[in-house]
Design a protein. Structure first.
Length: 94
């Protein structure tokens, strides 16, 4: 069974992919930063099982927090999705 934080993370990643594919106005460099973060998250998920780490948050959670700060003013449409991703990563300890 998939944990709630992992389900939430999967839903947020799908929403992020949809937003990126929708043609949202975003600079190429910023788009690449988001895509790189998504790749890193997906890589971490493929190696980690839920509950393997404490819910303190890890490097990817912190990186998402930094992306939120960077994107908040310029790309508000991504902020809510990124917050959900960051919260899920912290809950999973990633």
């Amino acid at each position: 069974m998939v944990s709630m934080p992992r389900q939430q993370l999967n839903r947020a990643l799908v929403a992020l992919h949809r937003e990126l594919e929708s043609g949202a106005a975003i600079e190429a460099e910023d788009r690449e930063a988001l895509l790189q973060a998504v790749r890193e998250i997906e890589e971490a998920l493929s190696h980690d099982e839920p509950g393997d780490r404490p819910g303190e948050g890890g490097p990817l959670s912190k990186r998402m927090t930094e992306l939120i700060e960077d994107f908040e003013a310029s790309y508000p449409q991504f902020t809510e999705i990124l917050r959900s991703v960051s919260e899920s990563l912290a809950n999973l300890g990633i």
